[in-house]
Write a protein that binds this ligand. Structure first.
Ligand SMILES: NC(=O)c1ccc[n+]([C@@H]2O[C@H](COP(=O)([O-])OP(=O)(O)OC[C@H]3O[C@@H](n4cnc5c(N)ncnc54)[C@H](O)[C@@H]3O)[C@@H](O)[C@H]2O)c1
Ligand SMILES: [Zn+2]
Ligand SMILES: [Zn+2]
Length: 346
């Protein structure tokens, strides 16, 4: 089959090449025929060498939907022919961390697909612990509508969940990229009263407004964001901040725009070590939470999509065929105005 492989020794780090079709190795595995996949900003982080856990010479990609074409004998909940969304995380469901819902740290898994084992930018994928990692799609939910459930929608939900949102809270989301837009959507669903979107990209801020995900939008290149957030909150600051941008500046913005005793939920992945100026922050009594997503709400998210309570359809702004995936990477990496996510079709 055709697959997009990451290898440090390749000139451009990625090549579209021929690989063996995957087979069932463990009795809990399933093989999924990829119907639609996408590129995640985290794939770019792997290519740039910023993901220490990534293995060399693996098929990239961890965000996809497809049809189950084979299951191991211990797969009970999923059958051949099922249309499924796939969790970007592999988890056993039985270890200490899985039992607490911390599946990102499953001792038998975590972020494996497209990082430590072959991923989805190919024709077929082997998914370990298929009963846990696959969510059946109801008839009313298309592949397009479910494409982001297993990764960025879960990540946005995770960011909002980290902030422990109370009804009416003012939530600031830094970064109005695909993950930030999902975080806004989930924060609203969880009862946030006001959502503030912050980005240096005007087009993305416009999208946040157009999709009614943000009530206020601020561009740090055009205004003093800290001042604006304080103006909206009787000089307190935001009740929760979700950081989905991933730069030194935005990390710093987190604690500056948060009110005392707020929670900052860090979803972004950084490319350098960062530090918190604790003396300056003293007395603000903030809680910082960070994390690789614990994507444990996929079923719930599919249901919310089915009930039309949330929709990520607008995130697909371009489509490429699998054969053109190298171009799709170049395109996605160059971040042309208005591009949010590229869908890769077989
Ligand atoms: N924690 C997880 O499990 C998880 C899962 C998926 C993605 N991620 C990470 O989440 C982050 C966001 O993903 P994405 O796909 O939305 O990325 P993205 O690059 O499309 O979005 C980031 C946004 O931040 C904005 N930005 C950059 N500098 C800024 C600044 N100084 N001020 C304000 N805004 C600024 C950019 O304009 C962009 O719109 C990435 O770091 C990604 O790797 C984490
Ligand atoms: Zn991802
Ligand atoms: Zn586990």
């Amino acid at each position: 089959m055709k697959a997009l492989v990451y290898n440090k020794d390749f000139d451009g780090k990625i090549e579209f090449c021929e690989r063996e079709e995957p087979e069932i190795i463990d009795s809990k595995d399933a093989i999924v025929k990829v119907k639609l996949s996408t590129i995640c900003t985290s794939d770019l982080h792997i290519i740039k060498g910023f993901v220490p856990r990534a293995k060399n010479d693996i098929v990239l990609g961890h965000e996809f939907v497809g049809e189950v074409v084979a299951v191991g004998r211990d797969v009970k909940k999923i059958s051949t022919g099922d249309r499924v969304s796939v969790n970007c995380e592999t988890f056993c469901g039985e270890c200490y961390f899985c039992k607490k819902g911390f599946i990102n740290n499953c001792i038998n898994g975590g972020w494996e697909l497209g990082c430590r084992i072959d991923g989805c930018q190919a024709e077929y994928v082997r998914v370990p612990y298929a009963d846990n990692g696959l969510t059946k799609l109801p008839d009313g939910v298309s592949y397009e509508s479910a494409l982001f459930v297993g990764d960025i929608l879960s990540s946005g939900y995770f960011g909002a969940e980290m902030c422990e949102i109370k009804e009416g809270d003012t939530i600031a989301v830094i970064g109005a990229g695909p993950v930030g837009l999902c975080a806004m959507m989930c924060a609203k669903y969880m009862g946030a009263g006001k959502i503030i979107a912050i980005d240096v990209d005007k087009t993305r801020l416009k999208i946040a407004r157009k999709e009614r995900l943000a009530d206020y939008v601020f561009n740090p290149l055009e205004c003093d964001v800290e001042k604006e957030v304080k103006n909206l909150t009787e000089n307190r600051g935001a009740d929760g901040v979700i950081e989905c941008a991933g730069t030194k500046e935005t990390f710093e913005m987190c604690w500056k725009i948060a009110r005392p005793n707020a929670i900052a939920g860090i979803v972004a992945m950084y490319e350098e070590p960062l530090s918190l100026p604790l003396p300056e922050m003293y007395g603000k009594n903030l809680t910082f939470k960070t994390g690789g997503v614990d994507a444990i709400h996929c079923k719930k998210l599919v249901k919310l999509i089915e009930e039309k309570k949330i929709s990520t359809d607008f995130l697909i702004t371009e489509r490429f065929k699998l054969d053109e995936i190298i171009n799709a990477y170049k395109f996605f990496e160059s971040k042309p105005a208005g591009c949010l996510k590229v869908a890769i079709e077989p």
